[in-house]
Design a protein around this ligand. Structure first.
Ligand SMILES: C[S@@+](CC[C@H](N)C(=O)[O-])C[C@H]1O[C@@H](n2cnc3c(N)ncnc32)[C@H](O)[C@@H]1O
Length: 434
C-alpha cells in the first residue's frame, strides 16, 4: 500500500523499531529508516528490524556517511522525522558567522539529526533521549539541551518537551525519558500560547495529560498577561554553547516546556491519568515456561542478595591504593510483582549477578529467577518474541535496554497526527482565534 503522502515518517537510530511500532499504531507510515551499530560487526538490531518490517527503505550504514552522500543514499521526503539518540557532548565549535553551518564534535549524533533537518525540513520532529539531557553537562547545567533548543529555533521550529515516566500513564515499566516534539513554525502559520500549549492544547498535553490546576499564570488569564519567558536563548547556538549554565548548580529546564523563537517557558507538571495500571506481575503472568538457566539458586542467591542489599564497608581504590568508605542503600529483592518494573537497562541480560537486573519470585514455581527476553519485550510494549531473530538472549536484553515504551510513542504519534490533520484542514488554533 502506498503511504498517504501527508503522514510519511523517516526513522533515525531505529534500533529494533520501537518508534515504528508506536507510530504505525497511530496511523503513520515509515518510508525510510536507518540503523547501524558502530561497536559490532554483526548488525543485530538492523537484522531484526528488516526481519520484522521487510527491507524496503531500510539503510544499515553510519548516518553520517548517509548524510555525506545524498546522491547514492537519498533520504526521501517525509512529514515526521523521529529518533532516539544518546546524551553526548553537544558543544559547538565556532560562531555561525565564522562557520559554514554549525560545527559540533565528530560522532555526536545530534549533529546528524541537525543535518537531516537542515536538508529535508520536515514539518514535524519527535526525538527521545534520557532525562539527564535536561541537566548535562555538570560544568554548565542545561547547556546541551539549550544548544538543541537554539539549533531548532535557528532551523525555524517551535518545540514542546516533556519528561515522561511510562508508568505514570499505566504502562508496566518505570522508564523516564524526555520526548522533544518540534513543529516547523512556517508550516501552519499559527502562533502558540505557551501555557495553553503546555497544559491543554499541545501535542504532549493531549497525548499525556497533566493537571491543569497548577498552571501559572492560570490558563484563564493567559493572553491578558504579558507572556514573559523564563529563559531567552541567544540566536547563535555557539553563544549558547559557550555561555549557558556557567556557574549554575541546577538546570533551569523543568520536566515540561515550550520554546518559541528562542523564548522558553518551563514548568513542573503532574501527570493526570486515571486508567488501568499494569504491573510487572501482569507481564510475568503470561509466561508459560522458563528455561532453567534463568533460575537462581544455591550459593548464587547470596551473591545477588549481597549486591542488592544495603552496605557500608571500607574499600580500596585499585588505582591509587587509597582506602575509602563505601555505602549504598538496599534494593527490593526480589522485585515486587505488584508494581511496574524498574527501568530495563542494556546490561539486563546474562546470568552474572547484578544490582540492577531484575530478580522475581516465579509465580509458577516459587523459585527466584531473572526475566526472560519475552517479558522484557512486553515491558516495553513490543510483541513477545520480537527480537528472536538470531541473536543471543543477552543481546535481546540489550536491545530492550536501548528501546522505548511503544505505547508512549503511540500516544504522542496520535497527537501529532491530530495536529497534522488540523493543519491540513486549516483549523489549527491561531493566536487571533476567538
Ligand atoms: C537509543 S537506541 C534507539 C533504539 C530504538 N528507538 C528502538 O526502539 O530500538 C540508538 C540506536 O542508534 C544506533 N546508532 C548509533 N550510532 C549510529 C550511527 N552512527 N548511525 C546510525 N545508527 C547509529 C545504535 O545502534 C542504537 O540502535
Amino acid at each position: 500500500m502506498t503511504p498517504a503522502p501527508q503522514y510519511r515518517v523517516a526513522e533515525l537510530f531505529a534500533g529494533v523499531g520501537g518508534f515504528r511500532l508506536g507510530l504505525e499504531d497511530a496511523g503513520w507510515s515509515v518510508v525510510w529508516s536507518n540503523q547501524w551499530e558502530p561497536s559490532t560487526r554483526t548488525q543485530h538490531a538492523s537484522e531484526c528490524y528488516v526481519e520484522r518490517f521487510g527491507p524496503d527503505g531500510h539503510v544499515c550504514d553510519d548516518i553520517s556517511a548517509v548524510i555525506r552522500d545524498p546522491e547514492s543514499q537519498p533520504i526521501p521526503d517525509h512529514e515526521l522525522l523521529v529518533g532516539g539518540f544518546p546524551c553526548q557532548d553537544y558543544s559547538v565549535a565556532k560562531p555561525l558567522s565564522q562557520a559554514a553551518g554549525i560545527q559540533g564534535k565528530k560522532g555526536v549524533l545530534w549533529w546528524s539529526i541537525y543535518d537531516v533537518l537542515d536538508q529535508k525540513r520536515p514539518p514535524f520532529v519527535l526525538l527521545e533521549n534520557v532525562d539527564r539531557l535536561l541537566k548535562s553537562p555538570a560544568s554548565q547545567r542545561g547547556r546541551d539541551f539549550a544548544v538543541i533548543l537554539s539549533c531548532l529555533a535557528q532551523l525555524g521550529y517551535v518545540v514542546e518537551w516533556r519528561v515522561v515516566n511510562a508508568a505514570d500513564y499505566g504502562f508496566p515499566q518505570r522508564r523516564r525519558r524526555v520526548f522533544i516534539y518540534a513543529h516547523r513554525l512556517d508550516h501552519c502559520g499559527f502562533q502558540w500560547k505557551p501555557m495553553r500549549r503546555m497544559y491543554v492544547e499541545g501535542v504532549m498535553a493531549k497525548a499525556l495529560p497533566v493537571s491543569t490546576s497548577e498552571a501559572s499564570p492560570p490558563l484563564e488569564v493567559e493572553g491578558e498577561l504579558p507572556q514573559e519567558p523564563d529563559i531567552e536563548l541567544d540566536a547563535d547556538p555557539f553563544v549558547v554553547s559557550e555561555t549557558f549554565g556557567i556557574g549554575r548548580k541546577t538546570s533551569p529546564f523543568a520536566v515540561a516546556g515550550v520554546m518559541i523563537e528562542g523564548r522558553v517557558w518551563t514548568r513542573r507538571v503532574t501527570p493526570a491519568y486515571r486508567g488501568e495500571q499494569l504491573t510487572l506481575g501482569d507481564v510475568v503472568a503470561k509466561t508459560e515456561s522458563v528455561p532453567d538457566k534463568y533460575f537462581v539458586s544455591g550459593d548464587r542467591v547470596e551473591r545477588w542478595m549481597y549486591l542488592k542489599g544495603p552496605k557500608s564497608e571500607p574499600r580500596i581504590d585499585k588505582r591509587t591504593g587509597h582506602q575509602y568508605s563505601y555505602s549504598e542503600g538496599g534494593m527490593a529483592f526480589p522485585d515486587s510483582l505488584e508494581n511496574p518494573s524498574r527501568t530495563i537497562l542494556t546490561g539486563e541480560g546474562g546470568a552474572s549477578a547484578s544490582r540492577f537486573k531484575h530478580i522475581i519470585e516465579d509465580p509458577l514455581t516459587g523459585r527466584l529467577r531473572r526475566l526472560v527476553p519475552e517479558e522484557l519485550e512486553e515491558l516495553n510494549g513490543f510483541p513477545r518474541g520480537w527480537t528472536d531473530t538470531g541473536m543471543s538472549d543477552g543481546r535481546r536484553a540489550f536491545m530492550m535496554g536501548n528501546a522505548l515504551v511503544v505505547g508512549v510513542v503511540a500516544r504522542i504519534g496520535w497527537a501529532i497526527k491530530a495536529e497534522a490533520e488540523s493543519c491540513l484542514a486549516g483549523t489549527a488554533p491561531r493566536d487571533d482565534a476567538p
